[in-house]
Design a protein around this ligand. Structure first.
Ligand code: PHE
Length: 342
């Protein structure tokens, strides 16, 4: 009996399996219902009275030893498990970064301008980039021989006499006047095309926002106040505006608007060419011929219009010195505008 117990004790001490299944098998073999310990205790009855004490102690030692062995091995297995867990999921490691894109600066400024005019009650109208002669030129009072219709400026669509890429979004304003009844208050943002040599200052396409307001008794005063509000919201409340006489076929009188140079505070810098002023848009009162062309009675209605290049305004706002940067899709350029929240 004593030898059987000592034998078992030896085996228990040398048991070294490290998988939880093997440890469980071991537990069942020794401590299970039909296990070694149970059968030894069953045989305990047969032990003589003198030996009972010694054998009883041995049996208890064996039982404790088995339980210790199981506990130690189990603890080892679970610490191994958690260390392998750590390899695949270490919550202290920095996460995998995924980079957010950023809006293009042209979109940022376009959105900002749209918001300003939306707050003043203007809706947004869009129209086709491939335009007919009527909407791009004729209805806008361009004389038949006006140089803007010339091959120099306009991209014509091959095979279509009457189709060209729009040279401005004034074409959309004709569509608005044709389709809706005054009062009209609308801006038309979008891409326009001109056959110009590409340089730091000019590109063969760019983006415009043009505005139109038609109602009874609209005057130049309304135009000037609206544009002043716009300039101050876009460039800051200290901004001053200046209107200089100009010419456009579709407006009479026409003007170009300058804003006070916000870079040098009119002290003189190379952005404003030391004049203190920078030109940002063209504007004027809608020519009565344009109203007639759009079936609006000029004796009843009058209106103003204005138009600006988004690239130009964006370049001024962010002091970008080359228009070509906008179209290169260089993320090191566009990412610089990430933090610009309108
Ligand atoms: N259409 C003009 C341009 O493209 C801008 C403009 C719009 C001027 C409306 C006056 C009135 O340059």
């Amino acid at each position: 009996m004593k030898d059987r117990i000592k034998d078992a004790l030896e085996k228990v001490k040398s048991f070294k399996e490290s998988s939880s299944e093997k440890i469980e098998e071991f537990r069942i073999e020794y401590l299970g219902q039909k296990g070694v310990v149970k059968s030894l205790f069953a045989d305990f009855k047969t032990v003589s009275n003198q030996e009972k004490k010694e054998v009883g102690q041995l049996l208890n030692t064996l039982k404790n030893e088995i339980q210790d062995r199981i506990d130690t091995l189990k603890a080892k297995v679970s610490s191994d498990d958690s260390s392998s867990d750590n390899d695949s999921l270490d919550l202290t490691l920095p996460g995998n970064k995924f980079t957010l894109g950023s809006r293009h600066p042209i979109s940022l400024v376009r959105n900002e301008i749209e918001d300003i005019f939306a707050r003043m009650g203007f809706s947004i109208s869009e129209g086709p980039e491939v335009e007919d002669d009527w909407h791009n030129f004729t209805a806008l009072n361009f004389p038949e021989d006006h140089p803007a219709r010339d091959m120099q400026d306009t991209f014509f669509v091959e095979g279509y006499d009457d189709k060209s890429l729009r040279t401005h979004t004034s074409s959309v304003q004709i569509r608005v006047m044709e389709n809706e009844k005054p009062p009209l208050r609308s801006i038309s943002p979008g891409r326009v095309y001109r056959n110009e040599a590409i340089s730091a200052r000019a590109h063969c396409f760019f983006h415009q926002i043009e505005g139109l307001y038609i109602d009874k008794q609209v005057t130049f005063k309304d135009l000037k106040y609206t544009l002043m509000q716009f300039a101050q919201q876009l460039f800051g409340t200290n901004t001053k505006i200046r209107l200089r006489p100009s010419y456009f076929p579709f407006t009479e009188p026409s003007a170009e608007m300058d804003i006070s140079c916000f870079i040098c505070n009119q002290e003189g810098c190379n952005i404003c060419k030391y004049t203190g002023w920078v030109e940002i848009l063209g504007c004027g009162m809608v020519d009565p011929n344009v109203l007639i062309n759009s079936k609006i009675d000029p004796n009843e209605y009058s209106g103003y219009a204005f138009g600006m290049g988004i690239e130009r305004i964006t370049m001024l706002k962010f002091q970008i010195n080359d228009i070509r940067l906008f179209y290169e899709n260089d993320k090191y350029f566009t990412n610089q505008f990430k933090s610009y929240i309108v």
